[in-house]
Design a protein around this ligand. Structure first.
Ligand SMILES: Cc1cc2nc3c(=O)[nH]c(=O)nc-3n(C[C@H](O)[C@H](O)[C@H](O)COP(=O)(O)O)c2cc1C
Ligand SMILES: CC(C)CC(=O)C(=O)O
Length: 359
């Protein structure tokens, strides 16, 4: 029997891990496998966490912290802190209020939500509830005409940026999800894709219509010609691709392996981040996601070259556990942990967080 969402947060809930247990009791088994799972042997999923554990911090003492702040400016906008929400699909699978609850929780904590292409709520409704303009994550669809209309629609709705996901032209084979026979439940759909001409399903990979229409670099140029929004490329792992992306004129990059859900045995995003930062030498703002569960993880990412981080599964744990309140509390925990971690390493502002923070 599934439990209903909580109406109050128990006092023993103090970390993101605590939320995972609360969420599991409230989510149907197949949907849970979709949320937690990753591709293949889930080696990259595990590595995203383990790599953070191998990085040690180096605290400095007796520093002046009187002007401490986590504020930053990104793509011309001020943000109160560098904790952003990664795009994840179909929030109504996890809570009846879906993305509307997520965006309320995000707004309460001054956090920016990236809305998935496969959101289960209309983009205009989500943006209307936000105090921080959401970003929109775009999968370039085989139907390029529909894609162009969608880009115009999200810009008109008031989204602040377009996050183009590049690492999932095909879905990874997520065995955990296959074994649980996961299907998107009836009544829940990617409403922002309604009316699109979909490619017919195929049990072939090579030779399929889908493979014939996967996006290439030239599609990025086309996309940039359609919109005045900053275009951020998500799913970059190889430093060579980061260099091409910068040459192509993207506004930013999300260093990400899709939470281990696409190609398995890719290195942890936090391991890749400093290599990309070294290659780009500050040419573009970098974000990263994958395995962020603690404020110290965020501090490590900032020290290794990220301007901000995105958080995926834990936000959904908060949503499933307690709707908007759960989302806000997950973000609040992370924000408090980050402030304490920055202060205990003797730094006052994000500008002071550089590689000297790493042991
Ligand atoms: C359930 C689920 C759905 C996701 N859906 C999307 C999506 O629609 N678009 C996308 O670009 N990434 C998607 N992602 C990947 C996340 O944006 C992000 O890269 C990843 O979850 C970060 O890792 P974390 O969960 O360890 O924080 C999804 C991830 C999960 C767990
Ligand atoms: C609907 C899916 C394509 C969303 C996704 O990117 C994921 O589940 O990882």
């Amino acid at each position: 029997m599934l439990l209903p969402p909580l109406s109050a947060i128990p006092p023993w809930v103090v970390s993101l891990d605590d939320y995972e247990g609360l969420a599991k009791e409230r989510v149907e088994a197949g949907v849970w496998a979709y949320l937690c799972g990753a591709s293949g042997d889930e080696a990259t999923l595990a590595e995203n966490r383990e790599a953070f554990g191998r990085i040690k911090l180096s605290p400095r003492i007796f520093r002046d912290l009187s002007s401490a702040s986590t504020a930053l400016t990104l793509f011309g906008r001020e943000y109160a802190h560098p904790i952003f929400i990664a795009p994840t699909a179909f929030h109504r699978m996890f809570h009846p209020e879906g993305e509307l609850a997520t965006v309320l929780g995000a707004s309460a904590m001054e956090s920016c939500l990236t809305v998935s292409t496969s959101a289960s709520t209309g983009i205009e409704d989500i943006v209307s509830q936000a105090t921080v303009p959401p970003w929109f994550q775009l999968y370039i669809q085989p139907d390029r005409g529909f894609t162009a209309e969608l880009v115009k629609r999200v810009e008109a709705a008031g989204c602040g940026a377009l996050v183009v996901t590049a690492d999932a032209p095909l879905s990874g084979l997520r065995n955990r999800e296959q074994r649980a026979m996961f299907r998107v439940p009836a009544g829940i759909e990617a409403v922002n894709l309604r009316g699109m001409k979909a490619v017919p399903p195929s049990d072939r990979v090579f030779g399929s219509e889908l493979l014939a229409s996967v996006p290439v670099w030239k599609d990025l140029e086309w996309l940039r010609s359609l919109t005045g929004l900053p275009v951020i490329l998500k799913g970059v792992i190889d430093p060579e691709d980061a260099v091409i992306a910068a040459d192509e004129g993207v506004s930013g990059i999300v260093v990400s392996n899709h939470g281990g859900r696409t190609l398995d045995t890719v290195p942890a995003a936090i391991e890749v981040l400093p290599r990309i930062a070294d290659r780009l030498e500050g040419a573009l703002p970098l974000l990263m996601d994958g395995g962020i569960r603690r404020g110290t993880d965020i501090l490590k990412a900032l020290a290794l070259g990220a301007s901000a981080v995105m958080v995926g599964r834990p936000v959904i744990h908060g949503l499933a556990a307690a709707g908007a309140t759960g989302v806000a509390h997950v973000l609040k925990i992370l924000r408090t942990e980050l402030e304490i971690a920055i202060a205990l390493t003797g730094r006052a502002t994000l500008k002071e967080v550089d590689r000297s923070v790493i042991w």
